[in-house]
Design a binder for this molecule. Sequence first.
Ligand SMILES: CC(=O)[C@@H](O)[C@H](O)COP(=O)(O)O
Ligand SMILES: NCC(=O)COP(=O)(O)O
Length: 237
Amino acid sequence: MTKLSVNINKIATLRNSRGGNVPDLLQFATDVQGFGAEGVTIHPRPDERHIRYQDARDLVKVVYTEYNIEGNPMDNFMDLVFECKPTQVTLVPDAVNALTSNAGWDTIKHQSYLKEIVAEFQRNGIRTSIFVDPVLEMIEGAKATGTNRIELYTEEFAHQYGLGNEKAIEPYTKAAQLANDLGIGVNAGHDLSLQNIEFFKNNIPDLLEVSIGHALISESLYLGVENVIRMYQQKMK
Ligand SMILES: CC(=O)[C@@H](O)[C@H](O)COP(=O)(O)O
Ligand SMILES: NCC(=O)COP(=O)(O)O
C-alpha cells in the first residue's frame, strides 16, 4: 500500500495571510489524520513564509501518523529536526529564496556531505529520504549515502502527463526499479494530483509514500465550495 502524507504548507500560507489562527494548522493536521491520511508533511523554509519553525514543534503533539519534515539541511533546519524527531526527514537542495522545490540532489557531487548528514539523522533515530530526479546515476549516488529512501521529484512527470505524454513515466519507473533493486525505499512528490496519481502509482513498483499538498488543498477547495455556498445561503433565508 502507498501511504498518503498530506503536505500542509498551504494551510499555513492561508493562515499567515491574515495574521490570526484561521485556518487552524494543528486542527487541520488532526483532521486529515482522522480522515485517514497516513502522514503529515511540512516543508519549513528559511523565511518561514508558510510553516513556521514553531509550527514544526507544535505539530509534534498532534501528529500521531508519520511525520515528515522536508528541507535543506542547513544548521537551523537540522537543529529543528533533531528537536522534533519526526518519523522521516526529506533532504531537499532548495536555494534559500526558492519559490518552491525545483531540482533533486546531485548525489554524486554532494555524496560525502549527504553521507555525513544522513548518518547524523539516522543516529538520532530519524529515517532519511533524499529528493532526487529520476536519473539512474542519482539513485546509485543516493545508495552510496546510506539513505533509507529517496523521494522522486515528480514535477516533470506531472507537467508532461497533463499534456498527454504518458511516456514521461518511463524514467520514474526505471529509477524506482533500480532503487528497489538496491534496497532503497521509494517515495514521490511534487505536483501529484487527483488527475495523475492513479497512473503514477500504477507504474511505480513498490511506491511507499507520496506527499501531496498544492493540488490536494486546491482540490479540497473546489470539491467543497458548492457545499459551503449552500450553507451560507441556508443561514440567510
Ligand atoms: C519537496 C517538494 O517537492 C516540495 O513540493 C515541497 O515540499 C513544497 O514546498 P512549497 O509548499 O514551499 O512549494
Ligand atoms: N514532497 C512533495 C510535497 O510535500 C508536496 O508537493 P506539492 O504537492 O505541494 O507539489
